[in-house]
Design a protein around this ligand. Structure first.
Ligand SMILES: [Zn+2]
Length: 142
């Protein structure tokens, strides 16, 4: 589900990813948060509590994304370039001059708007990867 959480972040959703460590005991730590647990692990079928547990049927992260966006009616809420794919922080617009030397030359020359993650300092822009993602999403949501 690591790939799914990156895709969700790319679409602007608050998505945390927990490596195998999540189990029926520590899942209770999340009971106070308004979160949905997405998993493929059947052991969570035994969970009784306030959390919504959602089981994915698919192996393909794009199909998982499609399932999630449809199930939770999130397709209209997709906001590309709003959250860092690596750390789930909201990214903020930054001055073009401030990213000089931090992005490839052709990117610096061809784009005017840049965003940056306040945590890992990764720089984002409306590049071809965003276009590709929009296309992919359009296709899976058809
Ligand atoms: Zn980051």
């Amino acid at each position: 589900m690591g790939k799914l959480s990156k895709l969700l972040r790319m679409c602007g959703f608050d998505a945390d990813y927990y490596k195998p460590g999540l189990n029926l005991e520590n899942i209770k730590n999340f009971e106070g948060e308004d979160r949905v647990i997405l998993t493929r692990n059947q052991k969570f079928k035994k969970y009784v509590g306030p959390l919504k547990i959602y089981f994915s049927e698919h192996d393909d992260p794009l199909m998982q994304l499609r399932q999630v966006l449809k199930e939770f009616q999130l397709a209209d809420k997709v906001r590309f370039l709003s959250r860092c794919m690596e750390c789930n922080e909201e990214i903020v617009p930054v001055d073009k001059e401030s990213v000089r030397g931090k992005v490839p030359f052709y990117v610096f020359d061809n784009y005017e708007t840049f965003l940056q993650c306040p945590k890992c300092r990764r720089v984002y822009w409306e590049g071809t990867h965003v276009e590709k993602m929009r296309d992919k999403l359009r296709r899976v949501l058809e």
